[in-house]
Write a protein that binds this ligand. Structure first.
Ligand SMILES: [Zn+2]
Length: 504
């Protein structure tokens, strides 16, 4: 006979909220009832918790057991409440003292034998516990290194329910986190490996400096994938908050690399063109699984062979890229996941992957038109930088030493970003995101002389009004990289050339 309460965390998307797990053991027909809007997975936890308690050598109360999860309105998904439910039941039955758990959260799924299994989303759950003022968190051993990333509260692990029981009886110690590893060296491919391809290198540097979405067109061998993979290495490294935010999404997806250090390099996600809408934007029943656009949060979403993606898939990316969040409709309401990603598209000039105008191309004009059609539309409208790349000839490869390394390009990118932030009024502001109004108004409106080539393009119908603003944004980035106070005619000319896919 008794009552006890412990705490756990419920996740909605990547946002956690403290949950009180209360248990009451009283006279009445033996049995367990769970309440507090638990989902199906939580009902399954009934059997797991019962077997785990018995197999840990404890008694299962032969009275009426009521377990309630509060607040009731929160949707509660997944198996991560098992440990808290088991502890609450044992404490209510008078088998355990929960004093040391008063300022702790318990996270983990129980196996039938009582072992504690890893769960998805431990990182955001521990972040929520820390923000709610909890002093420590108990997690499965396999989640210990990610939990330790959160400074401001202690983390401990238990390999099984028996260890938690032993700890509360002061017979056993919990598992301490391993010592923090040294900061990992900046990993990833380097721009020094890209020989020649000045145009592609320039496009990558501009994309990084201005935060612009980038599209690269060219036949296989033009280095599109190589260039895309090197963009994260020239972007500013993630600060603590941004790194934690990005890693929380990978924790939720269950794709967090082991290692236990904050990852500073912006993530790159390269989903295959056969990827489903759910794989791109997220979904699934129970605890929502982030899609590629969320796993690319604070980094790069690279769509290779983008014309091969289904129109439905590309369309599904529009809203997340506009708002910076994915909105998933769920049974219990809407779940949002962060999705502020920079887009990089790559495509062949023709469905047969031959260069444009190649005499061996046998594609029908209809096939070509259909293919080109997929490379336009609302998604492509948002891409400031659209460049054509040619394969690098062997003469170039033989004649050139290795390219400029990523580290020195990254220095210029940092300076250019700082200039843009100062001009547009705050951290995180980029040329790609500044509003058209600000762009067209004094004091930032470009001089008539600088705009002349751009006005000509619009008059000739080569550029839309929307394209006009995008060229101006890129011109600002070219000017920032050059250390100039504002774009001149040459900057505008280069930006036009990049925008209209003209080859150099
Ligand atoms: Zn063709």
């Amino acid at each position: 006979m008794g009552y006890a309460r412990v705490r756990s965390v419920a996740l909605n998307g990547v946002v956690g909220e403290l949950v009180v797990v209360e248990a009451d053991v009283s006279h009445g027909l033996p049995g367990l009832s769970l309440s507090g809007l638990p989902d199906a997975a939580l009902h399954e936890s009934h059997e797991r918790v019962r077997s785990a308690i018995l197999n840990s050598g404890e008694r299962w109360p032969t009275q009426r057991i009521t377990v309630n999860l509060l607040p009731a309105h929160l949707p509660k998904h997944g198996s991560g409440f098992d440990l808290a439910v088991a502890a609450a039941i044992l404490a209510a039955a008078g088998e355990l003292k929960t004093g040391p758990l008063a300022d702790a959260v318990l996270l983990g799924e129980l196996g039938l034998d009582g072992t504690l299994r890893p769960i998805r989303g431990v990182l955001p759950a521990v972040v929520a516990a820390e923000r709610a003022g909890m002093r420590w968190a108990l997690v499965p051993p396999d989640n210990l290194t990610e939990a330790r990333l959160v400074s401001g509260l202690e983390v401990r692990a238990a390999d099984c329910l028996g260890r938690l029981i032993g700890y509360l009886h002061e017979l056993e110690a919990l598992i301490e986190p391993p010592p923090a590893p040294p900061a990992p060296p900046p990993a990833g491919p380097d721009l020094a490996d890209v020989i020649g391809q000045e145009r592609g290198r320039r496009a990558v540097e501009l994309a990084a400096a201005g935060g612009h979405h980038l599209a690269m067109f060219g036949p296989p061998g033009a280095g599109k994938t190589m260039l895309a993979q090197r963009l994260p290495g020239v972007l500013p490294p993630l600060d603590d908050a941004a790194a934690l935010e990005a890693m929380a999404l990978h924790s939720l997806a269950g794709t967090l690399p082991v290692g236990g250090a904050l990852i500073r390099r912006p993530p790159l996600q390269a989903p295959h063109h056969t990827a489903s809408v759910a794989a791109l934007v997220g979904g699934g029943s129970g605890l929502a699984k982030p899609g590629a656009v969320s796993l690319a949060h604070n980094g790069i979403l690279f769509l290779d062979e983008c014309a091969e993606f289904s129109p439905k898939a590309l369309n599904a990316l529009r809203q997340p890229l506009e708002e910076g969040v994915v909105r998933l409709r769920r049974a219990q309401g809407e779940t949002t996941l962060p999705a502020r990603a920079q887009l990089v598209l790559a495509a062949n000039p023709c469905p047969c992957a031959r260069p444009a105008g190649d005499p061996h191309c046998e594609c029908t004009s209809l096939a070509r038109r259909r293919y080109q059609g997929r490379l336009s539309g609302p998604l492509m409208d948002r891409v400031d930088l659209q460049v054509s790349l040619e394969p690098v000839g062997s003469a170039t490869l033989l004649g050139l030493a290795s390219g400029e390394p990523s580290a020195s390009v990254a220095q210029r990118v940092l300076r250019a970003r700082a200039a843009a932030e100062e001009r547009w009024g705050g951290p995180g502001r980029t040329n790609a995101t500044v509003s058209s109004t600000v762009l067209r108004d004094v004091p930032h409106r470009l001089a008539r002389r600088a705009l002349a080539p751009l006005v000509r393009e619009v008059d000739q119908g080569a550029l839309s009004a929307r394209g006009f603003d995008r060229v101006v944004r890129v011109a600002w980035t070219i000017s920032d990289l050059g250390g100039r106070a504002g774009p001149g005619r040459d900057d505008v000319n280069e930006a036009i050339e990049l925008r209209t896919r003209r080859s150099s």
